[in-house]
Write a new protein. Structure first.
Length: 117
């Protein structure tokens, strides 16, 4: 497993932007598919975006397409989520996760994102 720590959350007005970072340590970062998940109050956790090990393939939830961008820097063991045109519905705890197989099995503690309407 890999150890993950998120940062960059906060309070932002609707229409604003935030950039989340995920720092990884431990085993070789570049071998993992990485993802960003979020959990809003009283809702189940959902995947927001994922990126393959080279960064050439990204997948986004329909709700964030065109507004969010995911990227990674394997040399720095970092992953990022650029969130633009934020909406109140984007509020939640955002976690980064790593997958080295069929399942995401390494998780960060999460960072709170609150979008005021």
């Amino acid at each position: 497993q890999v150890h993950l720590v998120e940062s960059g959350g906060g309070l932002v007005q609707a229409g604003g932007s935030l950039r989340l970072s995920c720092a990884a340590s431990g085993r070789t970062f570049s071998r993992y598919v990485m993802g960003w998940f979020r959990q809003a109050p009283r809702k189940e956790r959902e995947i927001v975006a994922s990126i393959n090990w080279l960064g050439g393939r990204t997948v986004f939830a329909d709700s964030v397409k065109g507004r969010f961008a995911i990227s990674r820097d394997n040399a720095k063991n970092m992953m990022y989520l650029q969130m633009n045109r934020l909406k109140h519905g984007d509020t939640g705890v955002y976690c980064c996760a790593a997958r080295d197989g069929a399942r995401y099995d390494s998780w960060g503690q999460g960072t709170q994102v609150t979008v005021s309407s």
